[in-house]
Ligand binder design. Sequence first.
Ligand code: SAM
Length: 211
Amino acid sequence: MRELAPEYLLTPERGDGVTSVAAGVEADPHEWFGREAELVVEIGSGQGHQVTAAAAAHPERDFLAVEVYIGGLARTMVLAEKLDVHNLRLIEANAPEVLEHLLPGESVSEIWIFFPDPWHKAKHNKRRLINNDFVAILARALKPGGVVRMATDWEDYAEQMRDVFDGSDRLFKRDFAGDWAPRFEERVLTAFEQKGIDKGRIIRDLAYKKL
Ligand SMILES: C[S@@+](CC[C@H](N)C(=O)[O-])C[C@H]1O[C@@H](n2cnc3c(N)ncnc32)[C@H](O)[C@@H]1O
C-alpha cells in the first residue's frame, strides 16, 4: 500500500460510510490518467486478475477497478506492477456510488460485472447489485453505444439480470442472439468462476448495449 497506492489508488471524498462516495463531487477521469482514452470500469474486481490482464492487453484504453475489499485492491496493485500496467486506477468504494456520484454522465465505454455476490438465499435476493435502480445508474454513466458485460454461475441471478435488462428496452438492447451471450473472449478464468465450475454450475454471460 505504501509503495503502490500513490500511483494506483484513488481516494474519493467520502459520504457517511467508509466505502461511500460523497454526492456532488464529480471527477474528471481524464485527469487520473493524464490523457483522453476510452474508459472501462470493472465492478467487484476481486483480486484483480481480470482488470490487470485487460489493462496489459489494451494499453490504448483506461481501466478503473471498483472494489469494497481493500485486500483485493492491494493484490490488484501488486499484479499491476508485475505486469508494468499504468493505465489502471483503483477505488475502494461502493460501486453504485462511484457510478452515480464520481463518474460524469456518459463517460464510460464498458462496465464489467463478473461473478457479483449472488446472495443466493431467497430472503437476501433484495441485496443483489443488479436490479432496476442499478440499471438506471449504469445507463447514466455509460456513453451511448456503451456496453455492460456480466457473468454469473447462479442460474436464477442470471435470469434476474436478463429480466431486468430486457425490461429496460428504453435504455438497453441485447448484444447477443438467443438466450445467453457467448463467453466474453477477454474474460479470464478467476477462482470464483473455477469454484462454480467445480460445483457443476453453468456459467452464464450477458452483454447489453446502451441505445
Ligand atoms: C464473488 S466476488 C467476484 C470477484 C471477481 N469479479 C472474480 O470474478 O473473481 C464479488 C466481489 O464483488 C465485491 N463487491 C460486492 N459488492 C460490491 C459493491 N457494492 N461495490 C464494489 N464491490 C463490491 C466483493 O467485495 C467481491 O470481491
